[in-house]
Design a protein around this ligand. Structure first.
Ligand code: ADP
Ligand code: ZN
Length: 732
């Protein structure tokens, strides 16, 4: 045989060799070969042998050539050849690079549902045949009557509709009076109708909507900050952009910070578009996950409302991304791949040539500065829609004349009495779960702390438990002090929502009240029930943590009492003031959203603080300007860049040694400062010692390159875990 005859065969042999990315923490793609005739398309989902098992994988790019031909194993496409869109693959690479996460771990977020990859199995449904059963009974007649409209239904549906038992339906199938037909495994998603219930926008809303729909129509990457006071119709406005994407056959992703928002939100969406959108969040069942993932991949799910992980869905035709409440810290994923969903949404928008809308009444300073610099379009809605006016915000100075052991000041109590007397609703806000944040022995001063964390145990009187809010450790409140053994000396210090509710009930025994807390002690069901009861006016007063601060619309709520406005963030957190402002502003925004004007009373020991003054005067931008200057002076984000290194492990000495070794190895570089190591705020968490280092860099510095160089030069003990957090928002 001649050389020439061999060559073509060799060429195809080599073509089949590809790099396949596995959803595992590996440094890159692995080489495999594909079966003859399979085209190596980037994004093709395959089953790849790995050791003695099979792993999912995705054709990623060219092979490295590091594996010899004889050791090359074959990966095969899955049935139905599911395929990740190119845009998603590029996005995964980008996120991995930026966050310094192994690309396989980022891919794992896109392949969450293994079951989503297997092809659909049709289900059987039944319709009436031409024949009648030999023996007719009233129950059988009812079933046949139910089936007479010709729609195919399952046994269960027919039984439910007719009131007959499933056995009766099955009997009819046996006699041949009902025949089976094959239907797709899942009922398809109904497409939202952009013209279903179009609102008449006011002038400001109309201008903003015009710009957003223009970007959607042009398939143009552009970022807009939709910055409007609470109740100004931001949602109504960006829904117009969603409508435009629908008209153009494009998909939309709406990110929300919390699942808690979604019940009201989904209904609201349905009122505007005639049907609920697809959902994506951690509470979905495996089956729903599979249904939604496939519907997104096929382009059939036109609008997805989801938590941050929805960013990794396989949209083939993404035409718009909305990040609602863009300032929310919940957008930062803090474990696994550490990323900020708002920032990554902008990246995905750029990759897909799709506009991105960031929505907030209290934007992050980052977005605010970007809008000021003209990088983002700044779309402002300055007044509430319709008759509603912004609430009157007043401070109650708590430095004077407080009755010991009480948390509701006379002024606040009086205002509650007036509100209830007028038949209106009130809300009391305290961002602290449980009964009391600290339990202290009055005899010896012993503080009840978690055995696994450097944290106080929080009393939950409702369940008679002390609980660690960091690791979930729980214990029964002991009758005696574990240190000095005295009985009856353990005292609750400070208030949590349960304690406020207790005081409230003592003063207003007749009022109907509920607690809503983002707490496993009360549970999400109970919280949802409390919020529903408030909406339906079945209760007069809602007492809650930050879960009540966000998004909800209670038309009859006219009074908001902030029990402790001074609860801020931790030391060394450059965003602590911004966050306090955002949260309190958000809470205030719950008051007076309909016809009746609202009043907000904030109990504080710092009424002269600029945060409080800005809240009381309503001069938000004065606060932002001051905050901007302070951050600029400190080279804090967005004027400088931060990256944190967190070291953790059970062997405390090894962790501290790793911290010292890292510091010693830090390369000198222009515009880069390294701080630490210092014990983390939670120096002990779930039994692990934690140390932190902070890299502060000028804006133009390539922080990732700096870190790669640095970390490559140090080897740390196997027992120590090193985590890199680019652009940290949490400093614990
Ligand atoms: P935001 O998202 O800014 O808090 P919303 O979009 O929730 O504001 O609007 C607040 C309330 O005003 C909602 O009940 C909404 O339906 C109503 N609303 C806003 N704009 C309009 C409009 N143009 N026409 C009718 N109702 C509107
Ligand atoms: Zn703990």
């Amino acid at each position: 045989m001649t050389d020439a005859a061999l060559r073509p065969a060799m060429a195809t042999e080599q073509q089949k060799r590809v790099g396949i990315l596995l959803p595992l923490p590996l440094s890159g793609a692995y080489d495999y070969k594909l079966p003859r005739g399979v085209e190596p398309r980037r994004g093709l989902v395959v089953s790849a042998p790995l050791g003695s098992r099979e792993s999912l994988g995705v054709v990623w790019g060219n092979a490295s050539g590091e594996v010899g031909d004889n050791r090359l194993r074959e990966a095969s496409p899955l049935e139905g050849e599911p395929q990740l869109p190119f845009g998603l693959c590029d996005f995964i690479d980008w996120v991995a690079q930026y966050t310094m996460t192994p690309p396989g771990l980022v891919l794992a977020m896109a392949l969450r549902s293994r079951q989503a990859m297997s092809p659909e199995t049709p289900r059987t449904a039944y319709i009436k045949a031409g024949t009648l059963p030999a023996r007719m009974t009233p129950a059988r007649a009812r079933v046949l009557e139910a089936a007479s409209d010709g729609l195919a239904r399952s046994v269960g549906e027919l039984a439910e509709l007719s009131g007959a038992s499933p056995a009766v339906v099955k009997g009819l199938i046996e006699t041949g009076a009902l025949v089976g037909v094959k239907l797709p495994e899942f009922a398809p998603f109904t497409a939202p109708d952009p013209e279903f219930a179009r609102p008449v926008l006011n002038t400001e809303q109309g201008l903003a909507a015009h710009i957003l729909t223009g970007d959607v129509a042009a398939h143009r990457f552009a970022v807009s900050l939709l910055d409007g006071v609470t109740g100004s119709g931001k949602t109504e406005t960006y829904f117009e952009a969603v409508a435009q994407a629908l008209r153009q056959g494009k998909q939309t992703l709406i990110l929300l910070p919390e699942i808690a928002l979604s019940v009201q939100f989904l209904d609201r969406f349905a009122e505007r578009f005639g049907t609920r959108p697809a959902e994506w969040h951690s509470d979905l069942t495996q089956k729903e996950r599979r249904r939604t993932w496939r519907a997104v991949m096929k382009g059939e799910a036109r609008v997805v409302v989801g938590a941050r992980s929805a960013l990794f869905l396989p949209f083939p035709a993404l035409g718009l991304i909305v990040v609602d409440e863009e300032h929310e810290q919940a957008y930062k994923q803090e474990d696994g791949a550490i990323y900020h969903a708002r920032d990554m949404a902008v990246v995905r928008g750029r990759i897909e040539s799709a506009p991105v809308v960031l929505v907030s009444a209290t934007p992050s300073l980052e977005s605010y500065v970007n809008a000021q610099r003209g990088r983002y379009a700044h779309l402002r809605l300055t007044s509430r829609h319709g008759a509603a006016v912004l609430p009157d915000v007043r401070m109650i100075d708590m430095r004077e004349g407080r009755e010991p052991g009480t948390f509701l000041s006379p002024v606040l109590r009086e205002a509650i009495a007036v509100t209830l007397g007028a038949g209106e609703q009130a809300m009391l806000f305290l961002n602290r779960r449980g009964y009391a944040p600290l339990t202290l022995c009055e005899a010896c001063g012993h503080k009840m702390t978690c055995p696994h964390c450097a944290a106080w145990l929080v009393e939950h009187r409702y369940r008679k438990r002390l609980r660690c809010h960091l690791c979930g450790y729980e214990t029964v409140t002991p009758p005696q002090c574990p240190q000095c053994g005295e009985t009856g000396t353990l005292a609750a210090c400070g208030p949590g929502v349960e304690r406020v509710a207790e005081e409230f009930a003592g003063i207003f025994p007749q009022a109907r009240v509920a607690i809503a807390s983002s707490d496993t002690m009360h549970g999400p069901q109970e919280t949802q029930a409390a919020i529903r009861a408030m909406t339906k006016r079945e209760i007069d007063v809602l007492i809650g943590t930050q879960i009540v601060a966000k998004g909800h619309h209670f038309p009859q709520l006219t009074l908001v009492g902030v029990v402790d406005a001074d609860l801020g963030g931790s030391d060394g957190d450059p965003r602590a003031r911004e966050r306090t402002f955002q949260l309190l502003h958000q809470v205030s925004g719950r008051a007076g959203r309909a016809q009746k004007p609202g009043l907000v009373l904030m109990q504080t020991r710092n009424p002269d603080d600029l945060v409080m003054k800005a809240l009381a005067s309503g001069e938000r931008d004065a606060f932002y300007e001051q905050e901007r200057k302070m951050r600029e002076r400190a080279s804090a984000p967005p004027f400088g860049r931060l990256a944190a290194i967190i070291l953790s492990g059970h062997d405390g000495e090894a962790v501290r040694a790793a911290g010292r070794a890292l510091t010693k190895a830090a390369p000198a570089a222009h515009g880069v400062k390294v701080w630490g190591p210092t014990p983390a705020f939670y120096a002990l968490l779930r039994g692990q010692t934690r140390e932190r280092l902070l890299v502060q860099a000028e804006r133009m510095v390539d922080v990732q390159a700096y870190l790669r160089k640095w970390l490559a030069a140090v080897s740390i003990a196997k027992s120590v875990r090193l985590t890199v957090d680019i652009d940290p928002v949490s400093f614990f």
